[in-house]
Write a protein that binds this ligand. Sequence first.
Ligand code: UDP
Length: 140
Amino acid sequence: MAATRTFSIIKPDATRRNLTGAVTKMLEDAGLRVVASKRIQMTREQAEGFYGVHRERPFFADLVAFMTSGPVVVQVLEGEDAVARNREVMGATNPENAAEGTIRKTYAESIEANSVHGSDSAENAKIEIDFFFKPEEIVG
Ligand code: UDP
């Protein structure tokens, strides 16, 4: 099966605790390769645009505040079945429901401060990669 790509964010709760390397190692150990990575401070406009599908949800304002509360590391990950593989190693949204050995079970602080984002479909992966990266920033 050909390599595919997905989009990942190491969220502010993880960068604040100096877990960028530890989280990235779990992604790499799951068979994913980091083909683009940059540490950024997300603007409010970026966070609102990125999470636009959640605009009407009760947690939206808090989520935008959290995602702009500190640096994040945006990454493009490549591997076989990258979207599913990444979702598997991330674990469930709520760390209380996440399986043992997943990133969220290991590191997440709460359902909001849950350490990582990962695209939920190949279609959204492409949209999210294009939102943060220029083609020349991705080196496979
Ligand atoms: N989130 C939250 N409260 C909720 C559900 C989600 O704060 O009740 C946040 C959480 O950070 C989550 C993000 O919103 O990762 C996006 O939610 P989604 O349902 O897309 O979960 P994910 O795909 O990240 O597991």
